[in-house]
Design a binder for this molecule. Structure first.
Ligand SMILES: [Zn+2]
Length: 290
């Protein structure tokens, strides 16, 4: 496939072709291929509206606290916002009306991401944010791993970390490396990776593969095994996914791509913590938010 920028309508068209032909037709490489394959990433054809992919309410857990400059504060649980889920920008239908709705969702997501996380040249309006996502990039550690992300999602990652450490999940898995913000867009066409905004992370890509992506990702031994669920095709335990989902992260393992390494924060960064619920003692293992 060429790297020529496509219009949204043609992206949908290509998406429909990919859907019709199946993921085996993918020929592009690496992360760039995800865009086209992602067009097939939706829920049942009978879904009533363009917002087809929704996330169930996050699994509820015990109270989680993090430390901030102004003291300890409680984390709020929240689900990913449907208009930010890429599967909803590519409805599994040829219905022009639904495609129009989906385009609106996509444009809304671009506006939202620009306002909250920075303006990336060529995507959305520079009037919405004077700074690029790079301006908000900050280094942090997550479960002992160094990573650079958008500073606006650091509290949410701290909530996940605090919850992991407070329960058995923290001891079930010990990843050694992770990825965060990228300064170039790995997608082609109109779509932009959430890594560019610094709101996506990859946990141990060599052990949590992307079986639905293009080579070399499906060459992973866990992808080769037959009759396995997505949960069995990665080193990361489900408890980690559940914990991330409590705090507004969307897991791309739900996608047909089975991109099990990838989480993106699709919650509201202004609702990560509850300022009215602060001052309680910090649980053992919790880490102060910068
Ligand atoms: Zn990723």
């Amino acid at each position: 496939m060429t790297a020529v920028r496509r219009t949204f309508a043609s992206s949908l068209f290509v998406g429909a072709l990919v859907l019709a032909a199946g993921a085996a037709t993918l020929t592009a490489r690496g992360d760039e291929a995800k865009k086209d394959a992602g067009a097939a990433t939706t829920t049942p054809a009978a879904a009533p509206s363009s917002v087809a992919v929704v996330v169930p309410p996050p699994p509820s857990g015990s109270k989680v606290m993090i430390a901030t400059d102004s003291g300890t504060v409680a984390c709020r649980e929240q689900a990913a916002q449907p208009f930010l889920i890429r599967g909803n920008w590519f409805p599994r239908t040829n219905d022009a009306e639904k495609q129009k709705e989906a385009r609106k969702l996509f444009e809304e997501s671009l506006r939202y991401r620009t306002e909250k996380y920075g303006y990336f040249e060529g995507y959305g309006s520079p009037k919405l944010n004077p700074h690029p996502p790079k301006f908000y990039a900050k280094s942090m550690t997550f479960m002992g791993m160094a990573v650079q992300v958008n500073e606006r999602i650091i509290p949410a990652l701290k909530c996940v970390e605090s919850a992991l450490k407070a329960g058995p999940a923290g001891n079930e898995y010990h990843p050694h490396a992770m990825g965060g913000i990228r300064f170039h867009n790995t997608y082609r066409g109109m779509e932009i990776s959430n890594h560019v905004y610094g709101i996506a992370i990859d946990i141990e890509p060599d052990r949590n593969s992307c079986c639905g992506c293009v080579a070399p990702w499906p060459d992973h031994p866990l992808c080769k095994a037959k009759n396995k669920t997505v949960w069995e095709r990665m080193a990361m335990p489900k408890s980690w996914v559940d914990t991330f989902e409590r705090f507004g992260f969307y897991w791309l393992g739900h996608d047909v791509l089975q991109d099990t390494m990838h989480f993106e924060f699709l919650g509201d960064p202004d609702k990560v913590t509850d300022p009215a619920n602060s001052g309680a003692p910090l649980p053992a293992g919790a880490v102060a938010s910068p």
